[in-house]
Ligand binder design. Structure first.
Ligand SMILES: [Mn+2]
Length: 321
């Protein structure tokens, strides 16, 4: 059932022993939401903790500093920035997937798997929704809560560059700065600084770039061997996903990553009028209009073939071919 921010606030006020679930391969938005909400609930003297299938990326580790471990039997389970049960990851999904009491999300593809859903697909980041929620609950937004939410808002918008940014996004960021978020430091650490190993991986990814359909589609491919040779970690891949679309004339950018399982994760980024979520939906994935993803289980050649068929059809439907 979909509920309003006011109903969500009332529900959270009433409950205790709250477990907050982030999605697997966590990004800044799911973690920003999770730790902002956790800190807010702790300030109300409630027991709360965040659970995530995978480890935090190094640049985001500061979000979880001093936070309690999820070592209690939860009475109320909240998922943040999670569109489907599958995205929770195998272990967390298995344990809690079918008993999520509340999901707070901004993906229009949300499968409504939770008992109660606070869904606002006009929000660029789920962190915008949490910001609004904490205000409704009259919770003091401390500098560290402001930083959690700023991380969410900035990472889901490519540091305020993507088409999902609204005036509300910018106002939220401005408010968070006023509340004590060190935006310059966060921008530098998350968007400017790269590890040497990541710079190596980026070079390999650029070397793998291919274009198709007169340059309307560009791909890069990152294999497990490249991760090994560069020493880069898989959580740094998000930044690779942005690369193909940066090439002039590209309407669809696809970054293909070989997973440890041998399957391939495809991260699609589009420019208007192309819709990344529609493209990925045809390959059993989902996401946002400009940024989405899916997993392909075929051989590398078969996967490229699948991708080309789907993108060609999408480009034709959009009158671009
Ligand atoms: Mn998000």
């Amino acid at each position: 059932m979909k509920i309003t921010p006011e109903q969500t606030a009332a529900l959270l006020r009433e409950k205790d022993n709250i477990l907050i679930l982030c999605h697997a391969h966590p990004d800044g938005d799911t973690l920003g939401c999770g730790y902002a909400l956790c800190r807010a609930l702790l300030s109300l003297e409630k027991r709360a903790a965040v659970l995530c299938e995978d480890e935090l990326p190094r640049a985001l580790a500061f979000l979880s500093e001093g936070m309690p471990k999820p070592d209690f039997e939860p009475e109320f389970v909240v998922a943040v920035d999670v569109a489907t049960i599958k995205l929770l990851g195998d272990c967390v999904g298995e344990r809690f997937g079918t008993r999520v009491d509340l999901c707070i999300d901004h993906h229009y593809t949300n499968s409504l798997f939770a008992e109660n859903v606070l869904l606002d697909d006009t929000a660029a980041a789920a962190s915008e929704i949490i910001f609004q929620l904490l205000q409704i609950m009259h919770i003091e937004i401390t500098p560290i809560i402001a930083e959690c939410l700023y991380v969410g808002v900035s990472t889901d918008t490519g540091c305020f560059r993507y088409s999902n940014v609204t005036s509300r996004t910018l106002r939220t960021a401005a408010d968070l700065m006023d509340l004590g978020a060190d935006c310059a430091r966060i921008n530098r650490e998350i968007f400017e600084t790269k590890s040497r190993s990541f710079a190596m991986l980026e070079r390999m990814a650029l070397n793998s770039a291919q274009t198709y359909f007169d340059g309307l589609l560009a791909t890069v491919t990152v294999t497990q061997q490249m991760f090994r040779e560069s020493g880069a970690s898989e959580d740094e891949f998000d930044r690779i996903a942005a690369i193909p679309r940066q090439i002039e004339g590209v309407l669809v950018g696809a970054a293909i990553r070989e997973l440890k399982s041998g399957a391939y994760k495809v991260s699609v980024r589009t420019n208007p009028p192309m819709n990344a979520a529609d493209i990925c939906a045809r390959m059993n994935g989902g996401g946002h209009p400009a940024a989405a993803g899916c997993t392909l289980e075929g051989s590398p050649e078969e996967n490229v073939k699948t991708l080309l068929l789907v993108v060609e059809d999408a480009l034709r439907k959009a009158g671009k071919m």
